[in-house]
Design a protein around this ligand. Structure first.
Ligand SMILES: CC(=O)N[C@@H](Cc1ccc2ccccc2c1)C(=O)O
Ligand SMILES: [Mg+2]
Length: 367
């Protein structure tokens, strides 16, 4: 398969409601899509970076720059192109895992489409539908939070995840537990706490949460291991897990008992599968995280979420959780599940007129 060119496309999709986390409030999702053209087919990749480097060090314009100047030229220089040699070809460049993931995803989509194999089959999926959880932002009042959580439970979501930060943690968790009983409930701090907050975080223990996601800083693996001795609720890592090696280290140090796998954060779906396998070997449950993807990234994440070790509902929510209109056919919750795409490659394609409506720029890089 020969690479003939890559299209970089920036899109901006308004969110159905502001989404507040410990790192800020977002009202729209700006992200980068890639279309890889080859001599046989084309493939689509999605880069999960935010517009600003507030979740991780990457951001949209930085990803576009590193793809344009380094990653895409490095691929074009290869005579033989398949998805398994994208990682090695890009390993000379440090970091930029979300940008690398988008390029690998597009090549993987093109390659699998050409040979008629689904991403789910390629990754080793064992389910044809996956149970879905939902991520709930920080709200301005407990009443509004309870209204929103009630709505998601009525829609059929099987797990509720509450964003927390200092000042919005014990009260919202207690209110949701008291109102809705023994639902599957977890929290995500997005690194907002420090080890000095250990006693505060231990006040969440009576509420039988499934996990506390990324309470401390991305680099603070030792801090999470220390926190795990002082808090009963299982620690789950997100931002800290950037590769199979970092997952093995975190597990060995006792820094986490659960892992949120995000293909973009770890450099791609092939590394995501390796993390899944490392965690499974250590008896560590995993689930598929979310980056408010369009239907393209959502389709690929659902394939990953169908792997056997993904034993907890992921943030693979329906398209309507974030967007009035997706750029693909919408993913609609059915009995609390989403179907695993069965078509070749990622199994979905953008709908041209919907994609054009949200496109803010496109750039064609011939190769
Ligand atoms: C579903 C969920 O909570 N995802 C991330 C946080 C996140 C990720 C990407 C975002 C992009 C735009 C606006 C908010 C965003 C929040 C997380 O698990 O930590
Ligand atoms: Mg998270």
């Amino acid at each position: 398969m020969k690479l003939t060119g890559v299209e970089l496309r920036k899109v901006r999709m308004p969110l159905v409601a502001p989404f507040r986390t410990s790192f800020g409030t977002q009202t729209a999702r700006e992200l980068l899509l890639l279309r890889v053209a080859t001599d046989e087919t084309e493939g689509w990749g999605e880069c999960g970076t935010l517009a600003d480097p507030v979740y991780s060090p990457e951001y949209v314009d930085g990803a576009a720059d590193v793809l344009r100047r380094y990653l895409i030229p490095a691929l074009a220089a290869r005579d033989r192109l398949d998805a398994t040699n994208v990682g090695p070809a890009l390993s000379v460049f440090h970091g930029h895992r979300m940008a690398k993931s988008a390029l690998e995803m597009a090549v993987l989509d093109a390659e699998l489409t050409a040979c008629g194999v689904s991403l789910a089959r390629e990754l080793g999926a064992v389910h044809d539908r996956v149970p879905c959880g939902v991520s709930v932002g920080i709200m301005e009042s407990i009443d509004h939070l309870l209204e929103v959580v009630g709505g998601y439970l009525d829609e059929g979501y099987q797990r509720i995840k509450l964003k927390i930060e200092p000042g919005w943690d014990v009260l919202p968790v207690r209110a949701v537990r008291e109102r809705f009983g023994d639902i599957m409930l977890q929290v995500d701090a997005n690194t907002a706490y420090t080890l000095a907050d250990a006693d505060l975080l231990a006040r969440l223990d009576p509420f039988d949460l499934l996990l506390i996601e990324q309470p401390l800083a991305e680099e603070d693996i030792v801090g999470h291991a220390e926190l795990a001795k002082r808090v009963r609720t299982p620690i789950c890592l997100d931002e800290s897990i950037t590769s199979a090696r970092s997952a093995a280290a975190a597990i060995t140090l006792g820094a986490c008992r659960v892992v949120n796998i995000k293909p973009g954060r770890v450099g791609g779906y092939l590394e995501a599968r390796r993390i899944h396998d490392v965690c499974a070997a250590h008896g560590i449950p995993v689930w598929c995280g979310g980056m408010l993807e369009t239907g393209l990234g959502r389709a690929a994440n659902i394939a990953l979420a169908a792997l056997p070790g993904c034993v907890l509902p992921g943030d693979t929510s329906a398209s309507g959780r974030y967007y009035h209109t997706d750029i693909t056919a919408p993913f609609v919750l059915d009995d609390g599940h989403l179907p695993v795409p069965t078509g070749p490659g990622i199994g979905v394609r953008p709908i041209p007129e919907l994609l054009d409506e949200v496109t803010t720029s496109t750039e064609w890089l011939p190769l």
